[in-house]
Ligand binder design. Sequence first.
Ligand code: MLT
Length: 406
Amino acid sequence: MLKVNENFMKLPPSYLFVDIANKVDQFSKQHPEVEIIRMGIGDVTRPLPKAVVTAMQKAAEEMGNMETFRGYGPEAGYEFLRSAIAENDYQKRGVAIDKDEIFVSDGAKSDTGSIGDIFDVDNVVAVCDPVYPVYVDTNVMAGRAGEYREGAGWSKIVYMPCSRENGFLPRIPNERADIIYLCFPNNPSGVGIGRKELQKWVDYALRNQSILLYDAAYEAFITDEDMPHSIFEIEGAEKCAIEFRSFSKTAGFTGTRCAFTVIPKELIFNGVSLNKLWGRRQSTKMNGVSYVVQRGAEAVYSEEGKREVRENIEYYLNNAKIIKEGLQKAGFEAYGGVNSPYVWMKAPNGLSSWEFFDLLLEKTGVVGTPGSGFGISGEGFFRLTAFNTRENTEKAIERITQSFQA
Ligand code: MLT
């Protein structure tokens, strides 16, 4: 008889954000009169920049003409986009990344979730706790996580707790780790990392011949000058890091889908080039991102595109400020939100993350994400996103601060 991948049986039955969406749907059906304010999943609400839309319209026209129609594109992305990324996101910042080190894809979620394909199942994985669930769940699927122990997590995963006490920055683990996932600015805590601190991780990885999987999907939200926008700004990172970037949160592409992964050619382990391995994997498993979408992504780097992206980011950052300062003024504990669209608050009155989720929805109609959904150390915390309208953000904070005592 057919055997399924038993590793899937070890996972919780549904993905965190699917769970939340189902709960909210159910609540809405029971209480159609309640106006729901969604600050749960980190999904953008502002429309695509005009420059992007215009470029996509033009590209769609090209696809409708015999002379300019295109079929399959290059699996790793069109040269026009890879060059624009290399130049604008790296070379102009003094980082020597070449277009051949960039792989365009449909999302950082897909790439962080699939990158494990090129690594042996016996590698030891380290993650921050709390953490974006994709890193853990995909390692469970691959059989790299061991067994789940209630209250202690996966037996083979090394957890690096991020708490108030360490400013939500992970400490170098005592155990050896081969694959280390880092995400900065961090999802879910909203905290960024400085150059010096990141250098410690690069040094650790170089010393141990480990790989850092650096998720920089939120780099566009960095306001602090001391924070690197790319791990490749750090000395030695080109020999020990892979970086994941996305147009989703930067330019409103959550529904349009475009991202990229940077794998330097200098990443050689045991004589094997990771750049080549990933190229092999991608060309086998995908046919790239649509031409129309890639033209849209290219327009993000035009003068008009950059200006519009900046405006959107500032709009969201201002919402984050309203959330954080509103909560703090009312006496709640709140973190992040300065270099990130996420605010990480302590659930009031000793409530657990899910208790607060339920009560908040019931009393205010506001949806957030329970911190415990991101890991054991997230228990007692709650994530709110800045991806809403100014009006809704203000309304949500007013409702929260009026309905709960800090
Ligand atoms: C989140 O809410 O954590 C993220 O938006 C989900 C994602 O990007 O996949």
